[in-house]
Ligand binder design. Sequence first.
Ligand SMILES: *[C@@H]1O[C@H](CO)[C@@H](O)[C@H](O)[C@H]1NC(C)=O
Ligand SMILES: *[C@@H]1O[C@H](CO)[C@@H](O)[C@H](O)[C@H]1NC(C)=O
Ligand SMILES: *[C@@H]1O[C@H](CO)[C@@H](O)[C@H](O)[C@H]1NC(C)=O
Ligand SMILES: *[C@@H]1O[C@H](CO)[C@@H](O)[C@H](O)[C@H]1NC(C)=O
Ligand SMILES: *[C@@H]1O[C@H](CO)[C@@H](O)[C@H](O)[C@H]1NC(C)=O
Length: 212
Amino acid sequence: MGKKQMGFILGFLFLDGLLLCIATEVHYYDFVLKDANFTKMCSTKSMLTVNGSFPGPTIQARKGDTMFVNVINQGTYGVTIHWHGVKQPRNPWYDGPENITQCPIAPGSNFTYKVILSTEEGTLWWHAHSDWTRATVHGAIVILPRGKYYPFPKPYKEQTIILASWFKGDVMAIISNSIASGANPSIEDGYTINGEPGDFYGCSNGTLSCEI
Ligand SMILES: *[C@@H]1O[C@H](CO)[C@@H](O)[C@H](O)[C@H]1NC(C)=O
Ligand SMILES: *[C@@H]1O[C@H](CO)[C@@H](O)[C@H](O)[C@H]1NC(C)=O
Ligand SMILES: *[C@@H]1O[C@H](CO)[C@@H](O)[C@H](O)[C@H]1NC(C)=O
Ligand SMILES: *[C@@H]1O[C@H](CO)[C@@H](O)[C@H](O)[C@H]1NC(C)=O
Ligand SMILES: *[C@@H]1O[C@H](CO)[C@@H](O)[C@H](O)[C@H]1NC(C)=O
């Protein structure tokens, strides 16, 4: 999970005569963008991932914390990462849309995002923000409330669920062919839950049989 929980920032809030002490944490994560091979639905392809996983790693913080995410690009083309749903007031330079707030992070280089959480609570997601790279480069951002408070009874267990589309082909080729030809891009070949197409598809994650 990378280097984490380094410093504390202390703030004081005077509210209705009560002095509340608010300690926010700083988290450090490394994202290594690299190609990895995946076999799903009887077909193998190489695709861009964070740390070789699909979906990518979950990052976690508490409301009001700050996360530094060092994105190290070992892939073959430039991309950026967007922190979807994080408002980042007065911090647009780390929002991530390619060529709007920054140039793509070039292969062989790295860029550290300063992601400042403010009022967000719950599960958001991060994703690549360069054409269709987001199809394979994405993951969850879990933002817990401060303290031990949950706005509902404490759950028995927590499970993050990420729904996605699966394309057998190279997603970057699909969108660039579509732009070049003017035709609609081809639609996805299946849907995934936490990266798995599931038993309704033939040979969900293997190569041996395609009975459906
Ligand atoms: C990603 O991989 C790198 C290198 O193996 C590792 O140091 C880092 O902690 C990983 N990041 C996450 C968020 O798991
Ligand atoms: C993916 O598989 C191909 C063919 O076996 C191989 O040449 C390539 O090195 C693999 N890529 C990765 C990132 O492992
Ligand atoms: C962003 O700019 C770079 C460099 O000019 C270019 O290669 C890339 O295609 C641009 N990205 C988008 C999404 O237009
Ligand atoms: C690139 O990564 C190195 C090593 O992790 C780090 O010291 C440096 O600050 C990073 N550079 C940028 C621009 O994020
Ligand atoms: C397919 O996924 C299931 C469930 O995650 C796992 O148990 C199984 O080992 C996987 N099979 C292959 C060939 O990866």
